[in-house]
Design a protein around this ligand. Structure first.
Ligand code: DI6
Ligand code: FE
Length: 408
């Protein structure tokens, strides 16, 4: 008598729940799904009956590895145009900061994003999102930040929400109005921060368009005081915060973010000891973005050893954006995190699952494989989980399950 909707049998499961085994592995195991959630998980030998009697549909995994659905917890994948011309300029010697100061950089994407209709933005973003999904990603975060006016910021967030409604993937949205200074406010950053705090955040909150608020706290972004003002406005609307911090210099943005109980601080190449300790205290996730490090040819490495010894959980994400990280592959980022940052393959997978979920505040829902969580998982034809971090490019899952339903 079947009482579960479906069951996946004969799997090696990387539960990512910690404990004794690397990857929280359970070999020769099964997962039962009911109502979109994991109803049972354990060794085949402990199943309370024959699979056919226990569930309506039985999927035989034939010894494949099962991981949590992957999570890309930091992207800017909704934007107009691209920045291939600037890429070519940088290859000829111009720096990212020089291009930004000359009015290019983020601002050129802002112009292109303002020009695109909601429908065009959706179509372009959908293509990029499907590339992430093809690697077994079941949750993605998407930031605004290429509108820099109320109307376009909201347009971007509506597109992000719509992607989550139309496609079989969970989308968490982040308002990043404080990403750059728009031309209209070229010499008036106080005025722009006023607009962000008094108009944009209330409007975005009123329509429920954002799940968090982020700030680019940087020499070419916003100061500590400006960041504080944005975080205060977020707090007024009960929105959790995140920060792009310590990417190109050390302003202390991470410590400030921790004061506000930030979900995550992201980039972190220039993070100092005090910043690491602040993160350890508040349980803020360190989101490392090797794609941006690589694409900007950074040389300053994030303090991985210090983060590790202070037990700060590390997440890995694509930072998918047109300027500093045109990366459309979370698995490639796991490889880069290993090669460039000396992240272990197990840390890399945790960084794209359990810790990425915590960076989005949804660890109770997804990110590990355990009873009660949403049935988001991916099956791989690999001999061991480290293979996911080992190969570069074109690793396709055998199957991806989102909310208990087979997606592909
Ligand atoms: N840091 C980044 O790496 C991206 N945004 C940010 O704050 C870059 C965005 C861009 O160049 O378009
Ligand atoms: Fe970013």
């Amino acid at each position: 008598m079947a009482h579960w909707q479906s069951i996946w049998i004969n799997a090696n499961i990387a539960t990512m729940t910690g404990g004794g085994q690397p990857y929280g592995a359970q070999k020769a195991a099964a997962v039962a799904v009911d109502d979109g959630k994991i109803a049972w998980l354990g060794p085949m030998a402990d199943l309370p009956g024959r699979p056919d009697d226990l569930a309506k549909t039985v999927q035989d995994c034939a010894g494949h590895w099962m991981t949590p659905g992957l999570i890309d917890c930091h992207t800017h994948l909704v934007f107009g145009g691209n920045r291939v011309k600037e890429f070519e300029l940088r290859l000829k010697g111009a720096s990212y900061e020089e291009i930004s100061k000359a009015g290019g950089g983020i601002r050129s994407t802002v112009t292109a994003t303002r020009e695109e209709t909601e429908r065009m933005l959706f179509e372009h973003a959908e293509r990029r999102l499907r590339r992430l999904m093809s690697e077994g990603v079941t949750t993605v975060e998407i930031k605004s930040g290429y509108g820099l006016d109320t109307e376009t910021e909201m347009k971007m967030l509506r597109v992000a929400r719509k992607l989550g409604e139309k496609l079989p993937i969970r989308v968490k949205t982040t308002f990043l109005g404080a990403h750059a200074l728009p031309v209209e406010y070229a010499d008036n950053s106080a005025g722009y921060i006023d607009l962000v705090c008094r108009e944009m955040i209330p409007a975005v909150a009123a329509e429920g368009l954002a799940d968090a608020v982020d700030v680019f706290c940087e020499g070419i972004g916003f100061t500590i005081d400006e960041t504080r003002r944005v975080f205060d406005a977020a707090a007024t609307h009960n929105l959790p915060v995140k920060a792009h911090a310590e990417q190109l210099s050390n302003l202390g943005g991470t410590r400030l973010a921790c004061e506000y109980g930030a979900l995550s601080a992201d980039h972190l190449e220039y993070l100092d000891k005090a910043g690491v300790e602040a993160m350890a205290e508040t349980g803020t996730i360190a989101v490392l973005l090797p794609g941006a490090f690589y694409f900007l040819r950074e040389t300053q490495l994030p303090p991985v050893a210090e983060l590790r010894s202070n037990n700060v959980p590390i997440a890995i994400a694509t930072d998918l954006n047109p300027g500093s990280s045109p990366a459309q592959s979370i698995l490639t980022m796991m490889n880069m995190a290993a090669t460039l940052f000396e992240i272990t393959p197990e840390e890399a997978l945790a960084g794209a699952s359990v810790h990425a979920a915590t960076a989005l505040g949804i660890q109770a829902e997804t990110g590990t494989l355990e009873i009660g969580k949403t049935a988001d998982f991916t099956l791989w034809d690999i001999t061991e989980p480290a293979e996911l971090t080992y190969w570069i490019g074109n690793m396709e899952p055998v199957q991806t399950i989102f909310g208990g339903a087979i997606r592909s």
